[in-house]
Design a protein around this ligand. Structure first.
Ligand code: PLP
Length: 372
């Protein structure tokens, strides 16, 4: 099988498997006040240190969550609840993952003014950002770093700087689920206060993520209870998942450059291999793009049909994000500038640490037999 759907999820790496197996033996509650609990707590704090290192922040700034979606919800809703009296505007983009887009929509329904910055061609217009920021009553912003469907890497650091200059009190969130361990990330590199990541996109387990919360930033929690995670996210921690997350994060951190280099080679090999194909077109962002994601049109072929054909040939790709797979239409591809017809025949290839150049060549060979 060729698995080119790593933006949906990645296979578990051996380091994560080993760490999780070991953590299963250590069943105690990390909040318990006895020796076993203390040991579980120590493991949890070791994992926090490891994840913190990968975001160049301190362990106290890491809040473990149940997934990237929860981290996004906590960031945006938590920021708005904390600053509700200071203003009424939230800035986001028209290409966010549903974890942010739907949260922003809920805030709009509550009466907040939502500005969705355009991302045509996969780029932000900095003048549009400045105009939005100039409204002056912005309390929160959430601009994603790397788009999960097109691979566009947005100029978030610059955009966030503009927003912060005009709105010094605003809290700035960045959804980094698709860029985590693919490029260096930190509060200062992004000009952000809050950063979301997810374990299952980096060869860790599903059901665990983290929100990095910059020291001194106050947001209102969503889950109330026993006060775990510095009362930001109550609930007994998923110790097994977190152990797997940290092990995958360590491996991903150590292999970050090597993995990005290979992903770039694979992406280039696919583009090169199908460059002269009359029916294949690549939806390449006008600005920077992730080496891990390639959006491709097979003209005249509906993506759901082609998906099945690839699947029968032992190749896993997707039509867009796994999260919009059931609803069909992709607002992200529309925002990118594709017509409905172009979006309907778009596939997403996404690469991971386990993929090889031979797989890229095999993909091109199979494509030539399927798309004629
Ligand atoms: N944000 C982005 C950009 C994503 O691609 C995803 C998942 O595909 C998420 C958030 C949600 O992450 P999770 O699946 O861990 O909830």
């Amino acid at each position: 099988m060729i698995y080119f759907d790593n933006s949906a999820t990645t296979p578990l790496c051996p380091e994560a498997k080993d760490a999780m197996t070991a953590a299963m033996e250590q069943f105690a509650n990390p909040s318990s006040v006895h020796r076993a609990g203390f040991e579980a707590h120590q493991r949890l704090e070791e994992a926090r240190k490891t994840v913190a290192k990968t975001l160049s922040c301190s362990p106290e700034e890491i809040c473990f969550t149940s997934c990237g979606t929860e981290a996004d919800n906590l960031a945006l809703l938590g920021a708005v609840r904390a600053l509700r009296r200071r203003g009424n505007t939230v800035i986001t983009t028209d290409s966010e993952h549903p974890a942010v887009a739907e949260t922003a929509k809920a805030l709009e329904q509550e009466g907040l003014t939502l500005i969705r910055l355009k991302t045509r061609g996969g780029v932000l217009d900095l003048q549009e950002v400045k105009n939005a920021a100039a409204k002056g009553d912005v309390i929160a912003a959430s601009l994603m770093h790397t788009n999960n469907e097109t691979g566009a890497v947005y100029a978030v650091a610059e955009a966030n700087r503009c927003i912060r200059e005009a709105n010094p009190n605003a809290l700035i969130h960045c959804d980094c689920v698709q860029s985590y361990l693919k490029t260096p990330l930190s509060f200062s590199l992004l000009n952000a206060d809050l950063i979301s990541v997810s374990a299952h996109k980096i060869h860790g387990p599903k059901g665990v993520g983290a929100l990095a919360v910059k020291k001194g930033v106050r947001i209102v929690p969503r889950l109330l209870g026993g006060g775990q995670e510095k009362a930001l996210r109550s609930g007994t921690e998923n110790t097994v998942g977190i152990a797997g997350f940290a092990a995958a994060a360590k491996a991903g951190w150590e292999g970050m450059q090597e993995n990005a280099k290979r992903a770039r080679e694979i992406k280039e090999a696919v583009c090169r291999g199908l460059r002269d194909h009359k029916k294949i077109f690549f939806n390449l962002p006008l600005g920077e793009s992730s080496p891990y994601i390639l959006s491709m049109q097979a003209q005249g072929y509906k993506s759901e049909v082609l998906l099945r054909m690839y699947s029968d040939a032992g190749i896993c790709v997707s039509a867009g994000s796994a999260c919009s797979a059931k609803t069909g239409k992709s607002p992200v591809l529309k925002a990118f500038g594709l017509s409905d017809r172009e979006a309907d025949c778009t596939l997403r290839l996404s690469f991971g640490a386990q993929n090889t150049l031979e797989e890229a060549e095999e993909f091109c060979r199979v494509t030539r037999t399927l798309v004629r």
